[in-house]
Design a protein around this ligand. Structure first.
Ligand code: SAH
Length: 368
C-alpha cells in the first residue's frame, strides 16, 4: 500500500472544513464541531474529538487526517520566567516560540499578590506569546541573529496557529479565562509570508478566541503589504521596526531600506487606517553610538510628526557575530526623554529571557 501523506486539519478554516465534511457525507454542523475541537479545545488527534461519531473519526484517520500540532523539541526556562520553545514540524524544520508570563510577581498593578487566586494552583493568569512566521529570515538586518540563518521556508497557517495552541496547552492557560497577548515578532518576516500569516491571524481570532486587539504584528517595512494589511477586515495591530533616524543609517543596518526607504515607509504609516484609540507602534533598537544619540531622537520626532504612534525602545540584545554594542542606560534614558518631551509616548522594553537566548533578535535555534 502506498504510504499515505498526512493531511493536517490545523490550518483549515471553517469553509475548508465544511468541504471536507460534505465530501465525507456528514451533516454540515460537523464542520463547526471540528473547528471548535481543533482551535478552541486543542484536540491532539481526530480520535480525541468526542463530539464526532466514532465512524467519522475513524474515517478521518483512515484518510490520513491528523491535527498536526508541532512537537516541542526543547524547552529553555529563563530566570525571569520566560520560556523559549524549540518547535519542530513534520519535515523536521524547526522554529522558536517564546512564552513571557506576567502577573507572577504581584506586578499586575491591581494590588493582587502572586498566587492570590484562592484555590488556584496556576502560577500565571496572563502572558504574551511571541510567534514565528518563517523558518529563518531573509531580511538580513545586521543587528539580528535570526538573519544569520537565512530563510529556509515559510510556515503554513497551521504551523503558525500550532505554535500558539501548543504553548497555551503546555502552560495550561485558556484565552477567555486568562489574558493572552500575541506578538508576531519571532523568527521571520510575517509580511513576506503574508497570506499564511493573515489566515493564521483569522483562525486565532475566530477559532482560538484571542481578540485582534491583543495581537500585534511587526514588520521590517514591507511597504506594499502594509497597504494591504490596512484593508484587512480582521487584523492585529501594526508595529514597524524603524531602527534608524535617517536613510543613510537605515540603509546600512537594514538593507531592505534600499528597496523601501523611510519616505515610502512613513507614507504607508500615514495612510494606515487606525481603529478607534489604536496607535501604531515603532520599534527602535538602540545601538551604541550608531543610532542612539539625542540628535537621532530629535530626527525620530520629526519623522513621526502627525502620526498617532508610540515608540518601543529596545537596547541591543547582543549576540555572537553581531558587530554592535548595547548602549549605557543613561543614553537610553536620554533618547527616551527627547521623545517624551515631544509628546510621543516612548517605552523602554525590558529584555525577556536574555539568559536563554529568547530576547528580541536572539532567536537562532540555540540548543545548548
Ligand atoms: N521581521 C519582523 C518581525 C520580528 S520583530 C520585524 O523585523 O519587525 C523583532 C524585533 O526585534 C524587531 O523590532 C527588531 O528590530 C528587533 N531586534 C532585532 N534584533 C535585535 C537585537 N539584537 N536586539 C534587540 N532587538 C532586536
Amino acid at each position: 500500500m502506498p504510504e499515505l501523506k498526512p493531511t493536517n486539519l490545523l490550518g483549515l478554516d471553517l469553509q475548508e472544513l465544511s468541504a471536507l465534511v460534505e465530501n465525507a457525507g456528514q451533516p454540515e454542523y460537523r464542520a463547526r464541531q471540528l473547528f471548535e475541537a481543533i482551535y478552541a479545545q486543542r484536540a491532539e488527534t481526530a480520535q480525541q474529538i468526542s463530539t464526532l461519531p466514532q465512524d467519522f473519526r475513524r474515517s478521518l484517520q483512515e484518510q490520513g487526517f491528523e491535527v498536526g500540532l508541532p512537537a516541542i523539541e526543547k524547552k529553555f526556562q529563563s530566570t525571569d520566567g520566560t520560556v523559549r520553545y524549540l518547535m519542530s514540524f513534520a519535515d523536521q524544520q524547526s522554529v522558536e516560540t517564546v512564552w513571557m508570563p506576567e502577573g507572577d510577581n504581584g506586578e499586575a498593578g491591581d494590588g493582587s499578590e502572586a498566587g492570590d487566586q484562592a484555590g488556584d494552583a496556576r502560577r500565571w493568569d496572563r502572558g504574551t506569546i511571541c510567534v514565528s512566521s518563517q523558518v529563518g529570515c531573509a531580511v538580513d538586518c545586521h543587528f539580528c541573529l535570526t538573519a544569520l540563518l537565512g530563510v529556509k521556508r515559510n510556515l503554513s497557517a497551521g504551523e503558525i496557529v500550532g505554535q500558539v495552541t501548543t504553548v497555551l496547552k503546555d502552560q495550561g492557560v485558556w484565552p477567555g479565562r486568562d489574558r493572552i497577548n500575541l506578538v508576531f515578532m519571532g523568527m521571520g518576516e510575517p509580511f513576506l509570508n503574508y497570506v499564511n500569516f493573515i489566515k493564521a491571524a483569522r483562525l486565532l481570532v475566530q477559532g482560538v478566541g484571542i481578540p485582534e486587539s491583543r495581537m500585534t504584528v511587526s514588520t521590517a517595512g514591507i511597504v506594499p503589504r502594509i497597504h494591504d494589511f490596512g484593508r484587512e477586515p480582521v487584523r492585529p495591530k501594526l508595529a514597524i521596526s524603524l531602527n534608524a533616524s535617517n536613510n543613510e543609517t537605515r540603509d546600512r543596518l537594514m538593507p531592505i531600506n534600499r528597496k523601501w526607504n523611510l519616505e515610502m515607509l512613513l507614507d504607508a504609516a500615514h495612510e494606515f487606517p487606525l481603529r478607534n484609540r489604536e496607535r501604531l507602534t515603532f520599534e527602535y533598537v538602540l545601538l551604541n553610538e550608531v543610532n542612539d544619540s539625542v540628535n537621532d531622537a530629535r530626527q525620530v520626532v520629526e519623522l513621526l510628526r502627525g502620526l498617532r504612534a508610540k515608540v518601543n525602545l529596545i537596547a541591543l540584545n547582543p549576540g555572537p557575530g553581531i558587530p554592535f554594542a548595547t548602549p549605557q542606560e543613561s543614553r537610553v534614558l536620554a533618547f527616551q526623554q527627547v521623545l517624551v518631551a515631544a509628546g510621543i509616548p516612548a517605552f523602554i522594553r525590558r529584555p525577556r529571557g536574555r539568559d536563554i537566548y529568547a530576547a528580541c533578535g536572539q532567536l537562532k535555534r540555540t540548543v545548548a
